[in-house]
Design a protein around this ligand. Structure first.
Ligand SMILES: Nc1nc2c(ncn2[C@@H]2O[C@H](COP(=O)(O)OP(=O)(O)OP(=O)(O)O)[C@@H](O)[C@H]2O)c(=O)[nH]1
Length: 314
């Protein structure tokens, strides 16, 4: 077989043409639906979704293949007014991610419109020079005429290449976004192997999953500063895996909350996380969760690095 006969076969023999690839930064206020959208577009769970705001801390990339394009999504932490040091790091990371991207995708919860943080972000986008698209999310919740008004108001402040109206939850409009990005991203070879959906190391992904379960169960009682780390990952001969994780909290009172009465909370969190990990890893998971108090970890540079964040010096 000659080299030439191999080429069309690799491309699926659909007259597919050259490959495209690039990075798309998702920018949006907390709860706009960024994680839900990345998960939908990538078709696998790579970024945690929770009803508690500001759950996404470090940049998580989901990698989607559409037509001939490999689209790498950078799921940025919500941009909001920074108060504490950790908050400031999250904001810096989000804007840093935007500057490295080929495309910016500004996601707005169309029910909330430009209220609050979305307006601040829009102002910030004036300084960002990459091509930008506007994506109005949660259209299942608003009237069409309100969407048109919002589109006009936003485009008056910043010029977007295109505006899309979608529901990340039910998928409507998402295919159009993918079609557009696949054609608009630069021509070039793919950055990642075809079967890779996220470059998050498995350990970190596993920690994210437990953190999601922690928040889902205890979102009213625990501050979002609590943090999960995977400390041990042991593949066993019988095909199962033993995973040990530590939930770090800042105070003894929070430790009691995380454990719950008779250990009820930690047991439920562990069961939910183990179940989901087994599904994702397609193997039996033995999960061991520990709760430890680590005071002031929010001011420790090493913790920031572990989460993929820069430590803010001011
Ligand atoms: N009705 C409706 N709800 C949605 C839609 N997309 C997302 N949501 C919900 O909005 C909430 C926030 O979604 P996330 O994906 O966690 O939001 P996020 O922007 O990643 O949030 P942070 O991580 O805090 O920045 C969740 O409860 C989602 O189920 C949508 O299209 N329609």
């Amino acid at each position: 077989m000659t080299e030439e006969t191999n080429i069309p076969a690799e491309n699926g023999d659909t007259g597919a043409g050259p490959t495209h690839s690039g990075f798309v930064a998702l920018i949006g206020a907390t709860n706009a639906g960024k994680s839900t959208l990345v998960n939908r577009l990538v078709g696998a769970k790579v970024s945690i979704v929770s009803h508690k705001v500001q759950t996404t801390r470090a940049i998580v990339r989901g990698i989607a293949i559409h037509n001939n394009a490999q689209i790498v999504f950078m799921d940025t932490p919500g941009i909001f007014k920074p108060r504490r040091r950790l908050d400031r790091a999250m904001v810096t990371t989000a804007w840093g991610g935007a500057k490295d991207a080929d495309f910016i995708m500004f996601l707005i919860d169309s029910e909330r419109g430009l209220k609050g943080d979305a307006e601040t972000i829009l102002e910030g986008l004036k300084e960002v020079h990459q091509p930008k698209i506007l994506v109005l999310n949660k259209v299942d919740r608003v009237k069409p005429e309100d969407l048109l008004k919002l589109t006009a108001a936003v485009n008056e402040v910043v010029k977007f290449e295109r505006t899309f109206m979608i529901s990340a939850l039910n998928g409507s409009g998402c295919e159009d976004v993918m079609d557009y990005l696949a054609g608009a991203l630069p021509e070039g070879p793919w950055y990642y192997p075809e079967d890779q959906i996220s470059d998050l190391p498995m350990r970190q992904l596993a920690a994210e999953i437990t953190r999601e379960k922690l928040f889902l169960r205890l979102h009213q009682e625990l501050p979002y500063s609590s943090h999960v780390e995977t400390e041990k990952w042991e593949e066993r001969k019988d095909g199962s895996v033993r995973i040990e994780q530590v939930i770090y909290v800042e105070r003894d009172s929070q430790k009691k909350i995380a454990l719950g009465k008779n250990g009820d909370a930690i047991k439920a969190i562990s069961t939910a996380s183990r179940k989901e990990l087994s599904e994702i890893l397609e193997q039996t998971v033995h999960l061991f969760l520990f709760v430890k108090v680590r005071e002031n970890w929010g001011d420790d540079p090493a913790r920031f690095r572990e989460m993929g964040l820069d430590f803010p010096t001011s």
